[in-house]
Ligand binder design. Structure first.
Ligand SMILES: [Zn+2]
Length: 466
């Protein structure tokens, strides 16, 4: 590639992500945050690993396959130190610019690089969180366990304080990340077919540092702690995205966040994304059987693992004197309640509603409209949960909120294992390890658009470039 084309690509790349004004600053930070060797990135990665280790936890890092290919020993070492590694594209490109077949080929190529380097993987996060509906099918068909692309934006930035330029930049980030609003539903993992989706929460470090120029560790620690409090109140998962290139810069802010999470009245589960994914999979197999044995008395059988908790609301558990408290599992007990302790569904309600309630852990049963008064909440949803993704998100969010606020008997599986109220995962995208990686990324993104021949050939091409 000649200098002119490279130059044009640099310009196009910078205009797309940050704007020209930020590009000069970005170039400078590349030289200060990366080095010509792995040393600086290694220090940053271990700063994050060591800090989390103090909290008996470990981080999840996502890396483009071509970058992994150039630094396999470093990646193997951090896996040995307890970190999880996920896939961040074959190269660092935006899947929204790729056809379905290209997404498939590049995802498969990335998987092959991970396998060839014996780096275990379970999850995928797209560069720029740039997922499409087709990406989800591609990830499912290639057997990915989870993806972590849905970006939930928390209202923790005082936008009135921002300059017009910063406001514009912030809006651009929200569009780029296809940001959605926080609620109980959007802050919980959820399945789409066999693929598990783990929501990530923004603003991330890049938005704060590069878009908003917020670099004070105390202020960043305060913002992240505020997000933690909101996620905690919703009982969801806070997945923070912190680029390891700012690992040292953000160490203090991250320590503040972890300390804040640890000081909540109920414990917060600090875990890797694969641990959270494994738990949600385990939880999805739990079963709740509720059989009437007498008026206002039910036998409850919770078929689940010992890590789970059964939540009982507005009912009395016989022989225990427990009211509205989490119960250890698996369990069989008798409960007294004025109504069936779950959600009633009309026969014509689409099966997707029952699937949602099961995944979310709520007891439910189908009953005729004449029996509706036997339920605290009886749903008649023949049109289901909506056609478009936006409609579904909105209806699911409203429904889960309605159930959580329900003033009626209800049995449900708690979202998190043991006695955890919420979850926190520290994740980071290793876009580059060295200065060379940063500049190769521009070449790689354009060469990845060259028609695909076969994987080994493509990998060799990348080796030649390196
Ligand atoms: Zn990235």
């Amino acid at each position: 590639m000649d200098a002119v084309v490279l130059h044009m690509n640099l310009i196009a790349f910078s205009m797309k992500t940050k704007g020209l004004r930020n590009f000069a600053r970005r170039l400078w930070t590349v030289f200060t945050r990366f080095g010509f060797t792995e040393a600086r990135t290694r220090t940053a990665l271990y700063a994050l690993i060591d800090l989390l280790h103090d909290h008996h936890a470990a981080p999840t890092f996502f890396i483009p396959a071509v970058v992994l290919q150039r630094h396999p020993a470093l990646l193997a070492a951090i896996v040995g130190a307890g970190a999880e590694i996920g896939i961040h594209g074959y190269v660092h490109n935006d899947y929204r610019t790729l056809s379905t077949i290209e997404q498939y080929k590049q995802t498969r190529q990335a998987i092959e690089v991970f396998q060839a380097n014996k780096i275990p993987y379970q999850g995928f996060r797209n560069p720029y969180l740039g997922w499409t509906e087709q990406s989800l099918n591609v990830f499912s068909s290639l057997g990915m366990g989870y993806e972590s692309n849905e970006a939930v934006i928390h209202n923790v930035i005082d936008r009135a304080q921002l300059s017009p330029l910063q406001q514009g930049g912030f809006e651009k980030s929200l569009q780029l990340f296809q940001a959605i609003d926080p609620c109980e539903y959007t802050l919980r993992p959820h399945f789409e077919g066999s693929l598990l989706r783990l929501p990530t929460s923004i603003p991330d470090d890049e938005m704060l540092f590069d878009r908003l120029r917020i670099t004070d560790p105390v202020e960043i620690g305060r913002i992240w702690s505020q997000v933690m409090q909101r996620v905690y109140d919703y009982g969801g998962v806070y997945i923070l995205n912190l680029h390891p290139e700012r690992g040292v810069l953000c160490r203090q802010a991250l320590a503040t966040l972890l300390g804040y999470a640890r000081s909540r009245p109920h414990p917060v589960w600090i875990a890797r994304l694969d641990e959270i994914a494994n738990w949600w999979r385990e939880r999805s197999r739990f079963k709740l059987r509720i059989t009437p044995i007498a008026p206002q008395r039910w036998r409850v059988e919770a078929d689940c693992t010992s890590r789970s908790r059964l939540l009982a609301r507005h009912l009395i558990i016989e022989d225990t004197a427990i009211v509205e408290a989490p119960m250890s599992c698996p369990t069989t007990c008798i409960v007294q309640a004025e109504q069936y302790p779950g959600i009633g569904l009309s026969p014509r309600t689409l099966p997707q509603v029952a699937t949602l309630l099961t995944e979310q852990g709520y007891a439910h049963m189908t009953a005729s409209p004449e029996q509706a008064d036997q339920f605290g909440l009886y749903l008649d949803l023949p049109e289901g949960l909506g056609e478009t993704r936006a409609e579904q998100q909105s209806r699911c969010g409203t429904l889960i909120r309605q159930i959580e606020l329900l003033d009626a008997p209800l049995l449900s599986f708690h979202c998190w294992p043991d006695d955890y109220q919420a979850a926190l995962a520290i994740s980071g995208d290793i876009d580059s390890v060295t200065i060379q990686d940063f500049f190769l990324r521009i070449l790689e993104v354009s060469s990845a658009k060259v028609p695909y021949v076969k994987t080994s050939h493509a990998i060799n091409n990348q080796k030649n470039l390196a």
